[in-house]
Ligand binder design. Structure first.
Ligand code: IMP
Ligand code: MG
Length: 169
């Protein structure tokens, strides 16, 4: 498969993340938030984001079954659960991309059932199409058209996660 032109450059990603980090640092001072990365796609975004957040925080991961191909089946299972208890804690769920919203809806339901003090969503990318997410997207990096993208953690059949920019396949 041929990689097409860069959609979002490394520099644009990094400066936007710095902005998000400053915003989160301000809003979570003294709250010791738990940042929950949704595996595997969010691992690079989470790693860069936490390094520009100045308030103390905790990191954990959750993994849900992902796309087989290029679209969502709507059938989501938890493959790896959190290690820590989020009850009464301030949680920020960190996602790579919101497409239909199915994955996040399912994960958010599971997390809210555990009664965190607060729960916010931070996604690097949001596709500008009608998604069915039942929760506001509190922080996001970029809105994109309804294209399938890879790079910066995101994959097609397991490949291209290591690109430091976002591109189309
Ligand atoms: P949703 O459940 O349809 O919102 O899809 C969300 C999940 O599907 C994300 O966590 C991604 O892992 C994956 N995904 C959705 N769109 C893309 C894409 O364009 N490229 C790579 N992965 C995607
Ligand atoms: Mg994902």
């Amino acid at each position: 498969m041929k990689i097409q032109k860069v959609l979002i450059s490394k520099d644009d990603i990094q400066s936007r993340i710095k902005f998000l980090g400053q915003q989160i640092s301000k809003e979570y001072t003294d709250k010791n938030p738990i940042l929950i990365g949704i595996l595997k796609g969010s691992f690079i975004f989470l790693a860069d984001l936490v390094r520009v957040i100045s308030t103390p925080l905790v990191i954990d991961f959750i993994e849900a079954s992902s796309y087989e191909e290029k679209e969502s089946s709507g059938n989501i299972r938890i493959l790896k659960d959190l290690d820590i208890n989020i009850e009464n804690r301030d949680v920020i769920v960190v996602e790579d991309i919101i497409d239909t919203g199915n994955t996040l809806n399912h994960i958010i339901d599971i997390l809210l059932y555990r009664q965190p003090n607060s729960l916010k969503i931070c996604s690097l990318l949001v596709k500008i199409k009608k998604h069915t997410l039942n929760h506001p997207i509190d922080y996001f990096g970029f809105e994109i058209e309804d294209h399938f993208v890879v790079g910066y953690g995101m994959d097609y059949k397991g490949m291209y996660r290591n690109l430091d920019y976002v591109t189309l396949v």
